[in-house]
Design a protein around this ligand. Sequence first.
Ligand code: PHE
Length: 381
Amino acid sequence: MSAPNKSYDPVEVETLKPEEIERMRDEALAAFAAAGSLDALHEAKVAHTGPASPLALANREIGALPPHAKAEAGKRVGMARGGVNKALAARQAELEAERDARVLVEEDVDVTLPYDRVRSGARHPLTTLSERIEDIFVAMGYEVAEGPQVEAEWFNFDALNIGPDHPARGEADTFFVQTASGGGSAVREGGTESGVVLRTHTSPVQIRSLLERELPVYVICPGRVYRTDELDATHTPVFHQVELLAVDEGLTMADLKGTLDHMVQSLFGEGMKTRLRPNFFPFTEPSAEMDMLCYVCKGESVGNPDRPCRTCSSEGWIELGGCGMVNPRVLTACGVDPEKYSGFAFGFGIERMLMFRHNVEDMRDMVEGDVRFTRPFGMEI
Ligand code: PHE
């Protein structure tokens, strides 16, 4: 019986042969060289330097060798592993440098490009002007009041003393949503069946304010109104009004005049004033048409052909809108005692004011929504 073979195992030694070790090393180097990305290199690293890699397995075999063969094999495997790690580190550095260079190009920012290629919009001058007018009155203690644009006929007409036969109530001027005889969806307001219209002026907000608020009432009512006009250079079926209502004890026409003068001075500068011409509105009595001094020529173009004024057509005055003392019938309809209280109101169109204040010649420019129209008015958003 032969003694156990303690010094030599041909099977195990097979993996530690110089040409085997060399082959393992070369395979690793080839795999690293072939790795085209850091991910691929990571895979090659696991395969060729990880605990299950051929060289790691070979290294484990060394312990089983006879002492005299250990040093030689250890050196061989160690050198091969050293070479493999070095090649790995070199390839790693190479691929990282490539990636960094690529990222620099891909994420390059051209700091010379204009930053504002996407143009910002602008607030519409109608909004800006309307808010400016509101501010003048808020500064005097008025409150901003708003009401629905789809309005009961009673608020838009009846309560304002505009009787059923008034021409403005006709379909020629008013957009009807529902007529009073229209059955189920007509509304009940002021004790009667009322139709529904798109409000033709902001005056129904006077009524709502008087019904809803405690006296005295000082409100400014901006808003959109509707009339059956065709859109052209001077008409639009949807436009904006600002209406003012003050109801208190002892208010007179002098208060109305002073308030109007203050408004035009705030909007157009010192020395501005208004004038009143008799007129008729069902909801005010007495009623007047209000004009303001032309803010360009201050009236100096009148009778002076050498200095014609385009803004007022040399009239010296610009028509603004309507005004008057609130008709006692309106106060009564809103449950306010006309013996104790009086009030004044006025209303005018914002589009019209925008036209003469900023020389806008065509109303269609205001509704088309082209930012080239709004931008010159400043106020970016
Ligand atoms: N509501 C009137 C209109 O639209 C304007 C107006 C308001 C007149 C208040 C007098 C008082 O024409």
